[in-house]
Design a protein around this ligand. Sequence first.
Ligand SMILES: [Zn+2]
Length: 309
Amino acid sequence: MRYIITALMASTALPALAEVPGVVTDIPPVHALVSQVMGDLGSPVLLLAKGADEHDFQLRPSQAGEVADAALVVWIGPELTPWLETALKNRPEGAAALALLDAEGTEKIGYGKAEGDDHAGETAEDHAGHADEHDHGAYDPHAWLDPDNAKVWLGLIAAELARIDPDNAAIYAANAATATAGIKALDADLSARLAPMKDRAFVTFHDAYGYFTAHYGLASAGSIALGDAADPGAARLSEIRATLEAGSVACIFPEVQHDPALVVQVADGTGAVIGGALDPVGSSLEPGAGAYAALLTGIAETLVACTAP
Ligand SMILES: [Zn+2]
């Protein structure tokens, strides 16, 4: 359909109907933010398939073609999606890309250094080992889980689209302003709902929630797998098991993209309750403008359902 419209516009060549840039995005929350900024002007492409893991994915050849042809690629960065790097390198010289993690104004946190992440239930020695295991990357790439970053990114996306498509700059700016107001309201709602959870420590499947726990002041007690969701070793599993056996952890959460067997095995006999499956990247959600709010709300509701005092 888009191609037909594009062809029609090219033939009539009306300056007021300039072609809206084709935009490709990496993961559902980024796709949702770009969708909000583009509004009725167009729809970005989403690369990550439903149910797929954000760290471990392979582009289909047709998707690599979409990346090559895109006027703009909006993505978190190579720290999250190394599978996107080759396709990006194959784009023409000077093709526009917006890497959000390293963008101006993004609040980044290092692994194991999240504010509010007090490693409940760990001794100082445990924590030292924990920090060592996080030396694989400087920054946690799951930065969309802080709504303050999402607000910054809406402005950056609108500015980049306006640079490429100046005819529609006012529409992009207005859409970003509306979306920013929506995120403020969402954030206030989630803050109120999560306030009673502040002292309820929990364990997650992979180390993806540092931004969320820091922003909402929650007590993460660690994760089974590290930030790239690679399979944990035996030492890691017994470390988490010891944390659960110490008794200060209310819940342990599996994730929608991963078999819960490991979570069940680690939790067995420790007294920790197994919560619902978290979806940190929104891969179980219907993609679209509403997916960002649905993603954060889903995490908050799953946490509250298990950890509420
Ligand atoms: Zn992840």
